[in-house]
Design a protein around this ligand. Structure first.
Ligand code: ADP
Ligand code: MG
Length: 768
């Protein structure tokens, strides 16, 4: 029934997976669970859904495919639509805020979070005939939970004589955790291995490993482009900022602006201009040659935003503040919907930390060669890049250009880019050699590779703080989390600590039927509200409590700012002049009365408020420079703020929260409530000032001026010099984090009143 285009059909036939079609389909027909492994690019993601479609699995139910990354869900659904010669009404995708699923959809790509959510409303997943869990080797938390849940759902569907097939796909051979785990699957599922790499890849190691692999990657790319024959270049880096940096540098080095003559067609020089303009979008602020104040995202809806903001402001002015305090029992307005999507594309957790000095390998960049080189078509690729821009990596470069893709590890395993045959940087050779022979340059020595790189990455469940995981699972009514059939269970001690923290927050409540039963804590209604927000539970609680006093716009701003690190430049990074100016500005932002007592979060609210105002006028970069804010952090905060705002609007009817570029500072009573809200979220991070009479005779009293006592530490912690409350050192505070240099320092400090403690942090009253 499918009528594929001849060129598509020809390309498919070259994929190793296609040779195994019959074996794969038969295995799935005959087994409830099948595992397929095959290196990246072998055709798993694009072909297996098509095999199952042609084998009749989409006749009256859906074929569902989960991806840990949104990028992959979108681009794979588009590619499969095209390969099958169907429309996106039939082959569709669904991610948290976006999708094109219709009643005609037969093949559905989605993020793993979306499928988890569907399980909550339809535990047996009756819409589906088969679920394919893709990229299982990535071991994302949600994929791991899905494997556990599906290991129970599949037998249940079998019992009902309405079988659901489960296919687990992995790019690595490390699948023992799924296969050999009898807690998971009673009968061992068959493992089908697809023949690997099609073309030889030569791996070149640097002789030595340098600290600055970003500049090494740049030099290496320049060398490849100026010295080696045709073929695309793919560079892997660890984060979006690095990608933008390298894109900008490469475009500058091989500027196509003065080379229009070499670009053969009119169309291609057009494109070239586009690409240059886009460089300016991704501009990094240390670049002096470009004064453009481009605000990164969606300026198109500015008009709309302003009107909404004015409307909202009027609404706000009308409101009355009736309650003196935050009411801990009033949060139920927010229904316990879920949200599982990760916040910011989780693409930069891998950090390469390496030793020693420069590579002696001839490092000089040959300027003449750069001027004479053929034009380089440089494209960035990372998960936050809009999908139409991502799609450009699949298009052929303009004539006469060499393609160079600079990517974070989104492309590491989930996407295969055609015509790339030279990979440079710190990731896998698998990406080279997909569509032709290739070279892989590793910017570290082979000794480092052998010693420091774990052969396989650890599962996310074992790395990430389990608070969020535990709460999400309790919301799904999985109470005995320790008994859950995880492919690899999280650490039990971590689970216990998380349970304690969540109980202090009021998200869980202990129901002890007998003394032995720990882990039996159940989620409270507050816990359900907390889980509705895609942020750490403590921030979720702040958001849940803010709604009652119309404080959401401040809390959203504050939570977004607190979730991003290093927003404000530190004193040592500033030169004398701007230091004084900026510190004065921060004291001004802190305000007086309750605003001042709100402390560092108040400064952040004002800083971000000001940045939004400047951004609405297209002056964000300058504002950041003049006020000592890190532009990248501010952009990140804006995205988070937008996402939280969307999320809350989805959950609360008729609220229509907007990001208001003219947000006024909170009035005194509001600031007081915000202090209570901060305490409610940070109830486990309370500190009390060390009193003079608690300091021993022989100790230097001056040193103890900024000392505080916390709940769980013997040693005192000190108020950091960046805190606006350092001048006054209030008696009781909560802090956002403790960090250690020569001493332990508190950062992100808010003053609280001791009489609030019994209500907001009952377990901590013994401190006083
Ligand atoms: P796997 O899942 O095993 O890593 P894929 O199914 O993702 O493999 O990729 C198979 C082939 O499909 C690759 O050679 C890749 O280049 C090609 N491909 C994927 N997406 C596109 C696209 N949008 N345009 C052109 N080719 C694509
Ligand atoms: Mg794949």
């Amino acid at each position: 029934i499918l009528e594929r285009k001849p060129e598509i059909q020809a390309a498919r036939l070259k994929l190793p997976v296609v040779a195994e079609e019959q074996v794969i389909v038969e295995a799935i027909n005959e087994n409830p669970v099948v595992i397929i492994t095959g290196e990246t690019g072998s055709g798993k993601t694009t072909q297996v859904p098509q095999f199952l479609y042609e084998a009749g699995y989409a006749k009256d139910r859906l074929i569902g495919i989960t991806e840990p990354r949104r990028v992959a869900a979108i681009s794979m659904s588009k590619r499969v639509t095209e390969e099958m010669n169907l429309t996106e009404r039939e082959v569709s995708y669904l991610i948290r805020f976006e999708g094109n699923v219709t009643s005609e959809t037969r093949v559905k790509f989605m993020t793993d979070g979306v499928l988890l959510k569907e399980i909550q409303s339809d535990f047996l997943l009756t819409k589906y005939s088969v679920i394919i869990l893709d990229e299982a080797h990535e071991r994302s938390v949600y994929t791991d939970i899905l494997i556990g849940l599906l290991s129970r759902i599949v037998p249940l569907r079998n019992k009902r004589k309405d079988p659901l097939k489960l296919v687990i796909m992995s790019a690595t051979l490390r699948v023992e955790e799924f296969v050999e785990n009898s807690k998971l699957f009673k009968t061992k599922p068959p493992v089908l291995t697809v023949e690997s790499r099609q073309f030889p890849v030569t791996i070149h190691f640097n002789k030595k490993t340098s600290i600055n692999y970003v500049s090494d990657a740049l030099k290496k790319a320049i060398k490849i482009h100026t010295r080696l024959p045709d073929g695309g270049i793919l560079i892997f880096l660890t984060g979006q900022q690095e990608v933008n940096f390298i894109v900008r540098k490469l475009r500058k080095t091989f500027s196509t602006r003065n080379k229009k003559k070499t670009a053969n067609t009119k169309e291609s020089s057009q494109k070239t201009d586009d690409s240059l303009r886009e460089t300016e979008d991704t501009e990094n602020k240390n670049d002096n040659s470009n004064e453009s104040d481009n605000n990164d995202d969606d300026d198109d809806d500015d008009d709309f935003r302003c009107k909404e903001a004015i409307r909202y402001n009027k609404l706000r002015q009308k409101k009355k503040i009736q309650f003196p305090d935050i009411n801990l029992d009033d949060y139920s307005v927010i229904p316990a919907d879920d949200t599982y999507e990760d916040l910011i594309g989780a693409e930069d957790d891998e950090e390469v930390q390496l030793d020693e000095d420069e590579d002696e390998d001839d490092d000089m960049v040959d300027l003449k060669a750069c001027v004479n080189a053929q034009p380089l078509w440089v494209l960035p690729l990372y998960s936050l890049l809009p999908s139409h821009k991502q799609a450009r990596v699949f298009e052929p470069p303009p004539e006469g250009h060499r393609l160079c893709v600079v990517a974070t590890n989104v492309a590491e395993t989930s996407l295969t880019i055609p015509n790339i045959n030279k990979a440079s940087a710190n990731q896998r050779a698998g990406r080279a050699g997909r569509t032709g022979p290739g070279h892989c340059y590793r910017l570290y020595s082979s000794a480092v590779f052998n010693d420091q790189f774990e052969q396989f990455s650890q599962s996310e469940i074992q790395r990430k703080p389990v608070d969020d995981l535990l709460l999400q699972m309790k919301v799904m009514n999985i109470d005995k989390v320790v008994n859950f059939p995880f492919p690899t269970p999280p650490d039990i001690v971590q689970l216990q600590m998380a349970e304690k923290r969540l109980t202090i927050l009021g998200a869980l409540q202990q129901f002890r039927f007998n003394k032995e039963s720990s882990y039996n804590a159940k989620v409270t209604p507050l816990g359900r509200s907390i889980a509705a927000f895609p942020v750490a539970p403590r921030y979720g609680k702040m958001l849940a409590l803010s709604h009652q006093h119309y404080l959401l716009e401040y809390t959203v701003c504050m939570v977004a700012a607190l979730s991003v690190q290093e927003v404000l430049m530190e004193a040592f990074e500033m030169d004398g002049n701007s230091r004084n100016k900026w510190l004065r500005m921060r004291r001004f932002w802190a305000g007086t009365g309750n605003n001042l007592l709100l402390g560092d979060p108040m400064v952040l609210i004002r800083a971000i408020g000001g940045a939004e105002y400047a951004g609405a006028k297209g002056k964000l970069l300058r504002f950041c420079e003049e006020h000592g804010l890190r532009h990248k952090a501010v952009v990140e905060i804006r995205k988070l703020r937008q996402q939280l705002t969307n999320e809350i609007n989805l959950n609360i009817q008729n609220l229509n929260l907007v990001i208001n570029p003219e947000m006024k500072p909170p009035i005194d009573t509001e600031a007081k409530l915000l202090r209570q809200i901060v305490l409610a979220g940070m109830a486990d991070q309370v500190a009390r000032k060390v009193m003079p009479d608690e300091v021993n005779e022989d100790q230097d009293k001056a040193k103890w001026k900024y000392a505080y006592k916390t709940t769980d530490m013997e040693d005192p912690v000190f108020m950091h010099s960046s805190c606006v409350l350092r001048k006054t050192c209030p008696e009781w505070v909560v802090y956002q984090e403790i960090y250690e240099t020569n001493k332990m320092y508190m950062r992100g400090v808010t003053a609280i009143e001791p009489e609030w403690l019994p209500k907001f942090a009952p377990s901590l009253c013994h401190l006083g």
